[in-house]
Design a protein around this ligand. Structure first.
Ligand SMILES: *Cc1c(COP(=O)(O)O)cnc(C)c1O
Length: 356
């Protein structure tokens, strides 16, 4: 018997979600698999999508090289571009596409030892104000890239700051900023939230990330409403049950007081596995097919759940923390974070089990 905690991964659902992203608009879609495929395994994601993804997007050249070294041959976009001249050299050798977001990157390129042309995406800031050249500097940057025989300007891209919010005012403003301009190459704008909102007619390449894993970033549209299916199911089992009397407390800090005589189930999962320590009492946990509530504080290796109304819950009963029965977006909300962080913080201790 091993610890019952594991993450099941359904790669069919990744493909389903990728198709959802594409069918919404018929644009090309670069599947964003940075940060180890949002915790799902970057290579496993790339392999699952290798038959259909138009390309992949990762954060840095290191991630892109990992894909190339594993034999992934699709186009790969590096969202942060090259950090120094050596990365330009690698990008040219391994045919990586680079975002260019700062003039320093073009200076670095001049010092690189390029074996081939490099395709670049000019990153323009339209309101996010993190990476990207200012709109007024874009024409000059574009001219420099287009006049450089080492470079091919493939796309102009921009990123949204508020596309997840129900109030779409700032989002619409960013779309207008980008689409009112006449660009000489096709645009790439949409992240998942924007794809779920219907995409943008004037663009050609989508960059869906979180939606591929079956979570909706939109505060007003659920994953189920968007037709997405969870790739990951985080599951465990009960390792103990016991009863407490009304008025007794459970766990560290005596943070939860039983309002009635209660039966408590102890689940073999905690923040040492990546279950969020800040999940509040009341966070849904599915035990033996029934929706129950987390009670008391999350420990490193265990959580406690109120199973008073689930008499069939016994030691060994299956537990789902998130997946098909419990929405990760709901768990994230009750832990004051987002699904992205929960996925990325799943720890090494949790074995990944590949399903179809
Ligand atoms: C991470 C990222 C995406 C994907 O965002 P999601 O919200 O996960 O869909 C798209 N574009 C850029 C520039 C990113 O950094």
């Amino acid at each position: 018997m091993t610890r019952p905690t594991r993450a099941l991964l359904k790669w069919d659902n990744l493909r389903h979600n990728y198709r959802k992203a594409r069918e919404a608009t018929r644009h090309e879609a670069y599947a964003v698999i940075k940060s180890d495929g949002y915790g799902h395994g970057m290579l496993a994601c790339a392999n699952a999508l290798s038959g259909e993804a138009d390309g992949f997007a990762v954060a840095c050249v290191d991630e892109a090289l990992t894909l190339r070294q594993a034999g992934i041959r699709q186009p790969i976009l590096v969202l942060e571009g090259a950090y120094d001249p050596e990365e330009w050299t690698l990008a040219s050798k391994y045919h990586l596409q680079l975002a260019v977001h700062h003039p320093q990157q073009l200076k670095d390129k001049a010092e690189a030892d390029l074996s081939d042309e490099v395709a670049v995406w000019l990153k323009v800031s339209s309101g996010m104000n993190r990476l990207g050249v200012k709109l007024e500097d874009a024409p000059e940057m574009m001219a420099r890239i287009r006049n450089d025989n080492d470079l091919i300007l493939r796309h102009v891209m921009s990123h949204f700051a508020t596309s997840d919010e129900a109030d779409t005012g700032f989002y619409q403003q960013q779309i207008a900023t980008m689409t009112e301009h006449a660009w000489p190459v096709p645009l790439s704008l949409s992240n998942s939230a924007s794809v779920i909102r219907g995409g943008i007619e004037q663009e050609r390449v989508l960059r869906p990330g979180i939606m591929l894993y079956g979570s909706s970033p939109c505060e007003d549209i659920s994953a189920a409403e968007a037709g997405l299916k969870p790739v990951m199911t985080l599951q465990s089992a009960l390792i103990s049950t016991h009863t407490v009397k009304a008025g007794e407390t459970v766990g560290y800090g005596c943070a939860w007081t039983a309002p009635r005589d209660s039966r408590i189930g102890v689940v073999a999962i905690g923040y040492g596995d990546g279950y969020p320590r800040h999940a509040s009492s009341g966070t849904p946990v599915n035990v033996a097919g029934q929706r129950c509530e987390l009670v008391g504080r999350v420990s490193m290796d265990m959580i406690t759940v109120d199973v008073t109304d689930v008499p069939e819950a016994v030691i060994g009963s299956p537990v789902e923390l998130w997946g098909e029965l419990v929405s990760i977006d709901e768990v994230a909300g009750l832990a004051n974070t987002i699904s992205y962080e929960l996925f990325c913080r799943l720890t090494k201790r949790v074995p990944r089990v590949n399903l179809q």
